[in-house]
Design a protein. Structure first.
Length: 122
């Protein structure tokens, strides 16, 4: 891929441990909802703290500009930090969505993101 082409797919970062394992348990359902909504995506599961930062940075370097955080506030925080950790693309050119599966989901609640997956995918 050339250095200036952008991926059309969404890069989905899934925290399988979010919500006491809800991220892993509910991933198939969430994946089916994304597919049903005609949202092209690839996904990566985190295995350790801080990995979503790395995944986001790497994905931006590969041309991704659209991200979905499947997890809680911590996962979303790492995705946002990954955007600001890189210097290839201005942060304003990056889109971030969230499907809340964490226990608190304070950020999602504050911005009106539904905790029901069907609503979050819309």
């Amino acid at each position: 891929m050339s250095g200036n082409s952008a991926q059309k797919e969404w890069f989905v970062i899934v925290n399988p441990n979010a919500g006491s394992g809800k991220g892993k348990k509910d991933w198939r359902r969430i994946s089916d909802l994304l597919t049903g909504a005609n949202i092209p995506f690839i996904s990566r599961f985190t295995e350790r703290r801080g990995q979503a930062i790395e995944y986001t940075d790497e994905a931006i370097q590969k041309g991704f500009r659209h991200f979905i955080s499947v997890g809680g506030d911590g996962t979303l925080n790492e995705v946002v930090n990954g955007v600001f950790a890189q210097n290839k693309i201005p942060a304003g050119e990056i889109t971030i969505g969230m499907i809340p599966v964490g226990t608190g989901n304070d950020w999602g609640r504050m911005f009106g993101i539904p905790t029901i997956y069907e609503g979050a995918v819309k």
